[in-house]
Write a new protein. Structure first.
Lengths: 171, 247
């Protein structure tokens, strides 16, 4: 069998630069990509499965919500209606980037070129901010509901106390 | 330095004094034992055209201040030739048969600076019919007759790229830890913190494990196919470049 030789010029034509070789993603960056994917899928699912009516729902005074919590709740709902579609567009684009990283790296197994490392790092920002904004909004709603529940509990306890006092005094 | 006759064969002698032996890689030169003694070379017939190439190579290298150094005359081997060194051994192989070259889809992986030097050799008008690579390997890892394997010679990840990748990784981890802290108030994400520490530790360990990298050396050959020794054509060997991974 004839031995193949490779000339210097042939070698240089196909040479790859060592410093630019693909690198495996670090463990923490891999986790970040998975967190990002989960966050995006959760946010998109929330958006898709949220009842359509919720966009037009506003709380009315004289119901469960008491005093200034009515205005705060409605302001939050108005803000959510304005911000949410933009968030979802960003999420959708970010999901596309996450899926690109997963595809190129064959589910984060194969080494990838440095730009993909940067992409994976920056990819976490919108997802993280999204989860913070969504959580703060939901947290606020939960807080308002808890405050109202406490107020209602106090009112009901007070009324029950008054009734109990009246009943005991009438005897 | 060279004895030339009007009639072929032409005989080549090599100077006793070799730059390489006094330079950065004296051990390598001695270990490879490629330098033929004048006595040995005197018995080897070399074609006039090869001698012309040799003279032109040396003249061009001198004119352009290239790192090309004539090492000696030896057959262009097939397979892996093992040379015992002092603290490490060397496996010499045709680059076309190099396991890393093959694993990279028949493409050589060379540091940018070295690639620049090799291109300057090419730009000066020099070319070599064959390129061989000597891989420094662990002592007694390779027995004579055995072939080099990828795990013996695969270079570690680039230090710069690894460092940047680790920084990005830590930035991402810090970001998610921050998000976790923000969401859970002062409560830390225990798993996150533990895994960060583990990841940083593991990264340090893996970097430490790959920090020691063996040196490859590239040789260029002018092959004289008319002279066959032990079934292999005779070649004039030239040092072209060498480097340390992660330097």
């Amino acid at each position: 069998m004839a031995v193949e030789y490779l000339s210097l010029s042939q070698l240089l034509r196909g040479a790859r630069v060592y410093e630019r070789l693909p690198q495996p993603l670090q463990q923490a960056l891999k986790r970040s990509v998975w967190y990002t994917l989960i966050t995006e899928l959760a946010a998109l699912s929330l958006f898709i499965f949220l009842p359509r009516d919720i966009w037009w729902v506003r709380v009315q005074p004289g119901g469960f919500f008491l005093g200034p919590t009515v205005d705060i709740t409605n302001t939050l709902l108005d803000a959510a209606v304005v911000v949410l579609p933009y968030l979802m567009v960003i999420n959708l684009f970010n999901l596309f980037l996450t899926l690109t990283i997963l595809t190129v790296s064959l589910l984060l197994i194969q080494p990838v070129h440095e730009p993909f490392h940067w992409l994976a790092t920056l990819n976490a920002l919108p997802a993280g901010l999204n989860i913070v904004v969504t959580s703060i909004t939901i947290g606020f709603f939960a807080l308002i509901i808890i405050i109202n529940l406490i107020i209602w509990a106090i009112i009901i306890s007070f009324i029950l106390g008054v009734i109990a006092a009246l009943l005991s005094s009438s005897r | 330095m060279y004895k030339t006759n009007s009639r072929r064969p032409v005989f080549v002698e090599v100077s006793e004094c070799q730059m390489l032996a006094q330079g950065r890689y004296p051990e390598m030169v001695h270990a490879l034992s490629l330098r033929s003694t004048p006595h040995e070379l005197a018995s080897l017939p070399v074609q006039a055209i090869i001698l012309q190439k040799h003279e032109r190579t040396l003249a061009t290298a001198q004119k352009h201040d290239l790192p090309v150094v004539f090492v000696g005359s030896a057959p262009a081997i097939t397979g892996t030739k093992v040379f015992r060194g002092v603290s490490t051994d060397w496996g010499l192989v045709n680059i076309a048969e190099d396991p890393h070259f093959i694993a990279e889809g028949n493409r050589a992986v060379i540091p940018q600076q070295v690639l620049h030097e090799l291109k300057s050799i090419q730009r000066a008008g020099l070319d070599f019919e064959a390129v061989y690579v000597a891989h420094e390997i662990e002592k007694n890892r390779l027995a004579p007759g055995q072939m080099l394997t990828l795990d013996m010679i695969a270079p570690p990840s680039s230090k710069g790229a690894t460092s940047r990748s680790m920084q990005m990784s830590q930035a991402a981890e810090s970001f998610w830890t921050g998000v976790g802290r923000l969401l859970l108030g002062s409560l830390r994400l225990g798993i996150g913190v533990v895994s960060t520490a583990a990841a940083v530790g593991a990264a340090s360990v893996s970097f430490g494990a790959t920090a020691y990298a063996y040196d490859p050396i590239l040789f260029g050959l002018h092959i004289d196919r008319t002279v066959v020794i032990e079934g292999r054509p005779l070649a004039l060997w030239y040092y072209l470049a060498s480097w340390t991974w992660n330097e």
